[in-house]
Design a protein around this ligand. Structure first.
Ligand code: HEC
Length: 192
């Protein structure tokens, strides 16, 4: 073997296996095992989660403590934990994904949990940086101490407009009804 072909063989071996493609590799798994209970189309939103409406599903994917899927961080992704744990929130409730299916989902999260076709040429985590127009889910506390999980959309007069993760709806919420800390969070989010 010439030096050239040896080098080529080495390089080829270093290229990872084909990147995971959400539509081809992940969606069929979710369709088979999850959409029965987590589907906008079927009107099933168990636990408030739908995985077939991607605009809504996207709200669960972000790099923060409350997101179900943290791009590039399978260990911090609750979505993956419920597939492998044997707690009472195990998913699917009466089933078990195969190790091959779990590996695909893990790889997809490692590669950035993007819905776009991933040709492997983009850096991992940067691919999945949440779009600016789709705010990550944050925890808000109201004056009574109740927690609301929602994305920040904008400030609108005396209201903060929040995006509800369950249905993607934008809901104005009076700033005055939020805790001081959450009011500050809203102002920080709105700051340019
Ligand atoms: C038979 C119905 C059913 C199926 C199928 C199902 N789920 Fe669920 N799922 C639920 C219910 C009910 C809840 C709410 C449970 C709760 O809040 O304790 C839930 C909650 C969840 C949660 C939030 C868990 C938590 O700890 O709050 C995640 C994530 C989830 N499901 C993912 C999935 C995934 C991924 C699949 C497919 C692999 C799936 N589910 C399949 C019924 C289902």
């Amino acid at each position: 073997m010439t030096y050239r072909t040896t080098l080529f063989t080495l390089l080829a071996a270093a290229i990872p296996a084909a990147a995971v493609d959400f539509k081809k590799d992940i969606q069929p798994i979710l369709e088979e095992h999850c959409y029965e209970c987590h589907s906008e189309l079927k009107g099933k939103r168990k636990g408030g989660f739908v995985f077939d409406d991607l605009e809504t599903f996207k709200l669960d994917i972000a790099d923060n403590d409350v997101a179900q899927i943290r791009p590039g961080n399978p260990g911090g992704s609750h979505f993956l934990e419920v597939l492998v744990n044997d707690g009472k929130n195990h998913m699917p409730p009466n089933g078990q994904l195969s190790s091959g299916e779990i590996k695909k989902i893990t790889d997809w999260i490692v590669e950035g949990a993007s819905f776009e076709k991933n040709d492997g040429s983009k850096p991992m985590v940067a691919v999945a940086a949440p779009k600016k127009d789709l705010p990550p889910i944050m925890s808000w506390t109201n004056a009574e101490g109740k927690t609301i999980k929602a994305g920040f959309v904008r400030l609108d007069g005396e209201n903060v407009v929040l995006r509800m993760p369950a249905n993607g709806q934008e809901v104005p919420y009076p700033l005055a009804k939020l805790s001081d800390e959450s009011q500050k969070l809203a102002r920080d989010c709105a700051a340019p």
